[in-house]
Write a protein that binds this ligand. Structure first.
Ligand SMILES: CSC[C@H]1O[C@@H](n2cnc3c(O)ncnc32)[C@H](O)[C@@H]1O
Ligand SMILES: [Zn+2]
Length: 429
């Protein structure tokens, strides 16, 4: 057994306590072997002056959209998608998508994310990046049928299901998949139903955007006389492994239904603020027993993939929405960005305990903006930045040591992404 000892730091335990301990990792199994004083390993990762915590889980993103960071800002969702994003996405090549995924994964490793859920195109290329970079992911090809005839719509569905069934378990089990219809208004009813049936037949989750804006809720209510979550349930979309992104405009009956079905919600506070979509009822969802994770959404509506930023946004906007400063407190956002996110997207990780997946990060605490350190959980929610992450470990492998990413060539990734992004935008104009 090859072991890795993360030494001389403090450790964030699943119950929120912070202890002074070492963490011993079985690097072959990719699991945490022990937590305690004076542990020795074949290899050492120095955590002195730092906090060892679970790797963050970005529970909803479109990682290749890093290529479109800053391309179209300051518009609401519908106009942003239809006028800017979808036209430029028409020009994307598979190589572009791979280059954007490399950039996004690089950014996530450098800001402490070890697992993510991703919906996009050319997902075989995204899977290849996940495999090489050493992270964990739940991936799915986005299925959209709007503007397509039934044959094209079926082809989209077939592509999505083929990707999901081929790649589930790839990269030594680090890749998980899902069937991912884009949303309740961009996928026709029969395809949505088939997507849900096929997901169930293959024992795969369904992931989709839902209740993101009022203009997505209103047509369902006016055409069908029911709320979107009831419509989704009737199509078979909800279930204990399903997870939906955004969930901004949810009424009490919808929250109760999500809780009953065990369907998780991924809160994307920055994207929801930037596109002025609204504020998700995170406090009410959690009180109802719904599992909530946190996602950045794509970098074009955020505009970064830093989960620490997202935790801060979630806490701040949660208080504003509830008009209650005690709503969405620091321990809740840390839980949502770690174990909550892992549970929402159905991947291992999110906990520093013996037997858990060795997905962890070391956050450097010796900085002016983290001094004094009265409460480290408070710091994680409100003060730590992605750039404070010193080491990133996933599945027992060191992906970043002393801020040097070991699995990707950072300079080459940035150069390639910058070049393909410029060509992409030129083609679109
Ligand atoms: C079909 S692949 C995914 C698809 O989703 C688009 N997208 C990015 N951000 C959002 C969002 O906030 N709501 C809905 N759709 C979004 C992305 O550009 C791809 O076209
Ligand atoms: Zn999205």
């Amino acid at each position: 057994m090859h072991t890795l000892a993360v030494t001389d730091g403090r450790v964030l335990r699943p119950d929120g306590r912070v202890t002074t301990d070492d963490v011993l990792i079985d690097a072959d199994a990719g699991t945490i072997e022990a937590i305690g004083p004076d542990l020795e390993g074949d290899e050492v990762l120095d955590a002195s002056g730092g906090l060892v915590m679970p790797g963050l889980v970005n529970a909803h993103t479109h990682v290749s959209m890093t290529l479109l960071r800053g391309y179209a800002d300051d518009k609401p969702l519908d106009a942003w998608l239809r006028e800017d994003i979808w036209p430029v996405e028409e020009e994307l090549t598979d190589d572009d998508i791979e280059a954007g995924a490399e950039l996004g994964v690089l950014e996530m490793i450098r800001s402490g994310t070890t697992a993510f859920a991703d919906m996009y195109f050319a997902m075989d290329r995204v899977a290849d990046v996940v495999e090489r970079a050493g992270v964990r992911a739940r991936l799915g090809r986005g299925i959209v049928t709007v503007g397509k005839d039934h044959e094209e719509a079926r082809a989209d569905l077939e592509d999505g299901v083929e990707f999901a069934t081929t790649y589930d378990g790839a990269a030594d089990g680090r890749i998980h998949t899902a069937v991912m219809p884009h949303s309740l208004t961009t996928v026709e009813e029969s395809i949505l139903e088939e997507a849900a049936d096929l997901a169930a037949a293959h024992d795969l989750p369904v992931h989709l955007h839902a209740n993101e804006t009022e203009s997505e809720v209103d047509p369902i209510v006016s055409e069908r006389g029911i709320r979107p979550i009831e419509y989704a349930d009737d199509r078979g979309v909800l279930g204990p492994s399903s997870f939906l992104a955004h969930g901004v405009h949810l009424d009490d009956s919808e929250i109760a239904r999500l809780a009953e079905r065990g369907t998780a919600v991924v809160h994307c506070p920055a994207s929801n603020m930037k596109l002025a979509s609204g504020i998700a009822p995170v406090q009410r969802l959690r009180e109802a027993g719904v599992t909530v994770g946190i996602g950045t959404d794509g970098a074009a509506s955020n505009n970064d993939l830093d989960l620490f930023d997202e935790m801060r946004d979630a806490a701040m906007v949660g208080k504003l929405a509830a008009a209650d400063a005690s709503a969405v407190p620091a321990p809740a956002v840390v839980e949502m960005a770690t174990s909550g996110g892992a549970e929402a997207i159905g991947v291992p990780g999110g906990r520093i305990e013996a037997g858990a997946a060795a997905d962890l990060i070391v956050v450097d605490l010796e900085s002016p903006h983290l001094t004094p350190a009265h409460d480290l959980v408070s710091h994680l929610a409100y003060a730590v930045r992605g750039s404070d992450v010193r080491h990133t470990v996933c599945d027992g492998s060191v992906l970043m040591r002393d801020r040097e990413v070991t699995t990707l060539d950072a300079d080459a990734v940035m150069e390639r992404a910058g070049s393909v992004a410029a060509d992409l935008v030129a083609r679109a104009e």
